[in-house]
Design a protein around this ligand. Structure first.
Ligand SMILES: [Zn+2]
Length: 278
């Protein structure tokens, strides 16, 4: 049987700054790797120089996403039509098209429809805190989790017959990495509650311990992931993969491996998988 993997994420750049190494690894092995992206990243901050030749941030970021997808070697992206909600408290939250304002059941239904067509054995999404508590990440975590069971539910009526994927994993950020960064920022006299390009990431809220059931090494695909991240130049993708940050990430033991918590089926404790399909 053809191996198929589906990753369900919220914004252009989530795939490359997050689990891109894992996606590239499976694509390199001949697995059909699909990506659903719920928004076009409209709320991202973009320096005017990057917008030249584009009519909107959405158009620019969609183009950056196609570039990244091509680098990763995965299938063309499946874009949903919601709007980036921005970080909690931003004005983008109020937009009626914002993902966070959509009915969860509706978004889950759209994702379930894709699952029935794509027929992945493995589905990946954010962890319950959405990595760093972005409202869209948390929403997509919930919608993808709901869609996972909806796809196999005969009572859910759609164009395609029911299909039940067998494995659901949540990507989770190594907590030692977060703790180290909080300490380092404090040492440098910086505020760990206002981290990142848009100063909207509170690192101190990210130290939640989730169990790890799979660790996927992508040492061989690390350059592919870096190339995909560079596609997201408007979001600082070039900076993330060179110089000090690169050395730091390596020293911290983010040694080119992604960590996943297994939601379905019930994981067996004490075993850390090296393959999401095993
Ligand atoms: Zn995101």
């Amino acid at each position: 049987m053809k191996k198929v993997l589906l990753s369900v994420l919220a914004h252009p750049d989530d795939e490359s700054f997050g689990m891109g190494g894992t996606l590239a690894k499976y694509a390199a092995q001949g697995v059909d790797v699909h990506l659903i992206c719920a928004t076009r990243g409209e709320a991202g901050e973009v320096d005017p120089e990057y917008l030249e030749g584009f009519s909107s941030i959405a158009e620019l970021r969609e183009q950056e996403l196609s570039c990244a997808v091509e680098q990763l070697g995965i299938k063309p992206v499946h874009l949903l039509s919601y709007r980036d909600s921005g970080m909690t408290g931003s004005r983008d939250n109020e937009n009626p098209r914002a993902l966070m304002n959509a009915p969860l059941e509706q978004v889950a239904g759209e994702i379930a429809e894709y699952i029935r067509k794509i027929k992945p054995q493995v589905v990946l999404t954010f962890d319950p805190i959405g990595g760093y508590r972005h409202p869209d990440h948390i929403f997509i975590h919930q919608a993808a989790t709901r869609a996972f069971s909806l796809a196999g539910d005969a009572d859910f009526k759609s164009e395609s017959p029911a299909f039940q994927p067998t494995r659901l994993f949540y990507h989770t950020i190594p907590k030692y990495f977060v703790r180290f960064n909080v300490g380092l920022l404090k040492l440098l006299g910086k505020d760990p509650t206002k981290y990142g390009r848009n100063k909207d990431i509170d690192l101190t809220q990210m130290v939640v311990e989730f169990p790890i059931h799979a660790r996927i090494n992508y040492n061989k695909e690390k350059d592919i992931k870096a190339a995909a991240a560079r596609c997201h130049a408007s979001q600082g993708g070039a900076r993330l993969t060179r110089g000090f940050m690169k050395v730091l990430a390596w020293l911290l033991g983010a040694r080119f491996a992604d960590q996943f918590m297994q939601a379905v089926p019930e994981p067996s404790p004490l075993i850390i998988k090296k393959d999401l399909f095993s």
